[in-house]
Design a protein around this ligand. Sequence first.
Ligand SMILES: Nc1ncnc2c1ncn2[C@@H]1O[C@H](COP(=O)(O)OP(=O)(O)OP(=O)(O)O)[C@@H](O)[C@H]1O
Ligand SMILES: [Mg+2]
Length: 265
Amino acid sequence: MPKTLEIKDLHVSIESKQILKGVNLKVAQGEIHAVMGPNGSGKSTLANTLMGHPKYKVDSGDILVNGESIVGLPPDQRAKKGLFLAFQYPLEISGVPLAQFLRSAYRSVKGEGQQKTETKGVGGEMISALAFKKKLEEKLKEVDLDPSFTKRYLNEGFSGGEKKRAEILQMAILQPAIAIMDETDSGLDIDAVRRVAEVVSRMAGPEMGVLIITHYQRILDYIKPQFVHIMVDGRIFQSGGPELARVLEEKGYEWTEQQTTSTAN
Ligand SMILES: Nc1ncnc2c1ncn2[C@@H]1O[C@H](COP(=O)(O)OP(=O)(O)OP(=O)(O)O)[C@@H](O)[C@H]1O
Ligand SMILES: [Mg+2]
């Protein structure tokens, strides 16, 4: 059975201001969904709520992973259930080299329940340092990041594109069931967009589902979504196939505004 993320009639507020007003969406492992929509429509709010950011209050509705509600669970528990969030603006952590950060992230996410498959025959021990090093080297190549980066402090002095690649590296190491990516194209040059997108597409095989939030059709030329959703004013205004992204590119969001006002009147 593929793992699923199901968002049901989700209402979310921040500091008592209602932002999400009934979002419905279902993402299964192996599917790529894109969410587009004008600034301030609630896309990042959705991503942050999915990961359990404490500022975002779920007023009603539900978020289910494999049919079980995760509302109320802290972010690390959600990660253990297979969710991963790539931030719009990745954090810098001074004093923690990238390799160490990745290893502890890996341990914390895979720590319980999954260690049997990772260390078959090694008596329940966590992945060995050597095995992890091998995995890391392999994934570094995949995301095209120089191995010297693993010794540098997390994101400190990384360029925008390098931060993004470090984040995709984290995703490649953790192999989440569902990856939520917010604005992965921001700050990347054209070649970097293509490379990051290629890595993500490769990962998004039968093993990973992707919910990608983006403003640009450009990245969707490389990460090909089967489903495109347009969010307007805290709701999914319209869902469709990849052609919907093209309609948006041509007509812009004004088109959605006209549609919402005409249906409201
Ligand atoms: N921490 C916060 N405190 C107060 N208001 C917030 C907070 N976070 C988001 N909002 C408000 O919620 C609304 C939705 O914001 P959100 O960041 O979800 O939009 P978005 O669709 O991601 O926009 P963009 O395309 O610009 O990234 C905005 O009006 C924003 O000002
Ligand atoms: Mg946003």
